[in-house]
Design a protein around this ligand. Structure first.
Ligand code: HEC
Ligand code: HEC
Ligand code: HEC
Length: 128
């Protein structure tokens, strides 16, 4: 028959490797990557905390407001008016998708399909 001891060792090694990403991070704070923020700009359209947790919903709201209601003015929590545009607002400041959006999305394993239609900004010089 077969050597059950070896099978068990093999299984233990397999399980250890398969679950490596889970236990490797244990004990440390989850190392969310640091996306590169635009230089020379201090503020986003909302606070950093809000953006970090809620940018997905905000973008949905923006799209609905712009397309359903034809209204492209967003009023933020400080009462400031902001032009609604993924390309001409968000990506004007965050003008390198790779060092910003993608950094987190690859880590979080999300692949927004937005770029099937919306332009990715050309690499700006600020990152060279
Ligand atoms: C005027 C320039 C500007 C615009 C426009 C802008 N951002 Fe930002 N964004 C920033 C800055 C600067 C920060 C960092 C803010 C801070 O450190 O308080 C930031 C932070 C963020 C963060 C959090 C990053 C982190 O490290 O947690 C996300 C997510 C984000 N922005 C997404 C967006 C999206 C989506 C849009 C469009 C809806 C947008 N930004 C529009 C300048 C901008
Ligand atoms: C600080 C990290 C971070 C940054 C920077 C960031 N995102 Fe995200 N984004 C996430 C996470 C995490 C999710 C998944 C959230 C969830 O599933 O609840 C997400 C989800 C999304 C979604 C929804 C996708 C889906 O399939 O549900 C969109 C759209 C999106 N991000 C757009 C952007 C854009 C555009 C930028 C760059 C301007 C950006 N994000 C920058 C962390 C980030
Ligand atoms: C099938 C193509 C397509 C996809 C995919 C798509 N969009 Fe759009 N989006 C459009 C078109 C077309 C408009 C209208 C542009 C206009 O009227 O100027 C638009 C408008 C918008 C607007 C408002 C106005 C503007 O100029 O930005 C936002 C915000 C937006 N989309 C966000 C998103 C986000 C976030 C995603 C990914 C989760 C996404 N879109 C995916 C085609 C698409």
């Amino acid at each position: 028959m077969y050597d059950s001891g070896k099978v068990i060792i093999g299984l233990v090694i397999f399980v250890a490797i398969a679950t490596f990403p889970f236990w490797f991070g244990m004990g440390k704070a989850a190392p969310m990557p640091e996306p590169q923020l635009p230089k020379g700009k201090k503020e986003c359209v909302e606070s950093k905390e809000f953006m970090r947790s809620t940018h997905m919903q905000l973008l949905n709201e923006w799209r609905d407001q712009a397309l359903r209601d034809g209204d492209r003015t967003y009023v933020n929590h400080e009462g400031k008016k902001i032009w609604i545009s993924l390309q001409n607002t968000c990506m004007k400041c965050h003008d390198n998708k790779e060092v910003f959006c993608d950094k987190c999305h690859i880590y979080a394993n999300v692949k927004p399909y937005c770029w099937d239609c919306h332009f990715i900004p050309k690499e700006s010089k600020q990152w060279n």
